[in-house]
Design a protein around this ligand. Structure first.
Ligand code: AMP
Length: 287
């Protein structure tokens, strides 16, 4: 596996690439797991060359302690990638990603950065937009792969890609879960065994919501209350927020009393919860 940390090496690699080849990029922040592996495998199937990047992006953290505590294990990641047959790893320095100042740019994301996760984590999506745009600029991939675990991020990245002079294709991949239903995440590495077991309640609550909507006309206020109770009663988790949105535009469903199944539109539910100081997120199409 070639580990590339400067642009000259990347450009030398690019010179060897045959015309008409498809270069796929899988951006990650490391602490790799099977969720990342699924993205890489899909990219390997669809592209002539796949480059995986590892960069813990400081500008997408709204909380410096969260940034400092973000799990990192370079050696393990390298072995993981080798096991997947990855041939190119891009591991840029902060200086290469942010040559002037470690600061997010300001993108017009049509208000997408202000909703849901964006409202809870101000500046987060501007940081995401900045880092993916820089990766696209440096590596010029034809495609980039992102997981629906970060549903809203996929929309943000699509917007960033569409604003580029040479737009690239953004491919989204389904959420990879533990057998318990817990969405795989680098942050899970920081959970104790008890917290991890309890964290499965997030997916249980989402599945409950899906079932509930099918059997009777439940409004957001009641569904949220029941979902909160499932998660909070796991003993080790505290719900931060549960939101119901229209899946096609991520607009919040404002009425608290109108049954969710009456809209005749796809409804996506977003959950965030804390296990100690570890923030977990998940989302699911409930109707
Ligand atoms: P991260 O390293 O957490 O920034 O994630 C890198 C990419 O992997 C993002 O596109 C995530 O959405 C994706 N990803 C992380 N966890 C999962 C998962 N459980 N299933 C699918 N994709 C995931």
């Amino acid at each position: 596996m070639k580990i590339i940390d400067d642009l000259n090496s990347w450009n030398s690699f690019k010179k060897t690439v045959k015309k008409g080849s498809i270069i796929g990029l899988v951006p990650t922040m490391g602490a790799l797991h099977d969720g990342h592996a699924a993205l890489i495998k899909k990219a390997q199937k669809e592209c002539s060359h796949v480059v995986t990047s590892i960069f813990i992006n400081p500008t997408q953290f709204d909380n410096s302690i969260d940034f400092q505590n973000y799990p990192s294990n370079s050696e393990k990641d390298i072995q993981f990638l080798k096991g997947l047959g990855v041939t190119l790893l891009f591991k840029p320095s902060e200086k290469l990603m942010y040559p002037y100042e470690i600061k997010a740019s300001n993108y017009d994301l049509n208000g997408l950065d202000k909703k849901l996760e964006g409202a809870l984590r101000p500046g987060h999506f501007q940081g995401v937009a900045t880092v993916v745009d820089r990766l696209f600029e440096l590596l010029e991939p034809d495609r980039a792969y992102f997981g629906l675990k970060d549903f809203q991020q996929v929309e943000v990245v699509k917007k960033v890609a569409s604003m580029r002079k040479n737009p690239l294709k953004i491919v989204s991949c389904r959420v990879v879960r533990e057998d318990s239903g817990l969405a795989k995440s680098s942050r899970n590495f920081r959970l104790s065994a008890k917290q991890k077991k309890a964290a499965a309640s997030i997916f249980q609550a989402l599945k409950f919501a899906e079932k509930e909507i099918k059997i009777f006309p439940i409004p957001p206020i009641a569904l949220e209350r029941e979902m909160k109770s499932i998660i909070n009663s796991s003993g080790f988790l505290k719900v931060e927020q549960i939101e119901f949105v229209f899946a096609d535009n991520l607009d919040l469903i404002k009425s608290q009393d109108y049954p969710l199944d009456h809209y005749q539109r796809d409804v996506q539910c977003f959950v965030s919860a804390f296990a100690g100081d570890v923030r977990l997120i998940d989302n699911y199409r409930i109707s």
